[in-house]
Write a protein that binds this ligand. Structure first.
Ligand code: FES
Ligand code: FES
Length: 154
């Protein structure tokens, strides 16, 4: 049995020890906001925060996260839209939406470390996350807008 702490709640999960975190979150906990794209660490769709750091959950065994705090997109939006979610909607930074949970969590990891990023900082911070739809301009804009909202206390 595996004990996981996800989005502020404790879970006891009966699962295979070789399963990756993305598979356990999706298959065993039903948290399908986390997406599985390449499964090789290349696309970033599976990004979650582990102890505040953006991590590609297809590269981590769920059993390696024991005692750590995991945040998925479901947890980020638990008490209403987070400024990043709001800015992504308002700035049209979402098309098909497949990359969006990973993008937003990667952006959250970035803004928690650097609340006042430049455009280059955002581009660099999101460089491990691929989007096949938007062309990235709107995504980068949305992150900068969200950073400003957070700085102003949103
Ligand atoms: S599914 Fe994890 S990086 Fe693509
Ligand atoms: S919005 Fe479709 S992959 Fe990014």
């Amino acid at each position: 049995m595996l004990m996981l702490r996800v989005n502020g709640e404790d879970y006891n999960v009966f699962t295979e020890p070789w399963k990756t975190l993305v598979r356990v979150l999706r298959d065993d906990l039903g948290l399908t906001g986390v997406k599985e794209g390449c499964n090789t660490g290349s696309c970033g769709a599976c990004t979650v925060l582990i102890d505040g750091k953006a991590v590609k959950s297809c590269l981590v065994l769920a059993s390696q996260t024991k005692g750590k705090e995991i945040l998925t997109i479901e947890g980020l939006g638990k008490n209403g839209l987070h400024p990043l979610q709001q800015a992504f909607v308002e700035r049209f930074a979402i098309q098909c939406g497949f990359c969006t949970p990973g993008m937003i969590l990667a952006a959250k990891g970035l803004l928690d470390e650097n609340p006042n990023p430049t455009m280059e900082d955002v581009k660099l911070g999101l460089s491990g996350n691929l989007c096949r739809c938007t062309g990235y301009v709107k995504i980068v804009e949305a992150v900068l807008v969200a950073a400003e909202m957070i700085r102003k206390g949103a």
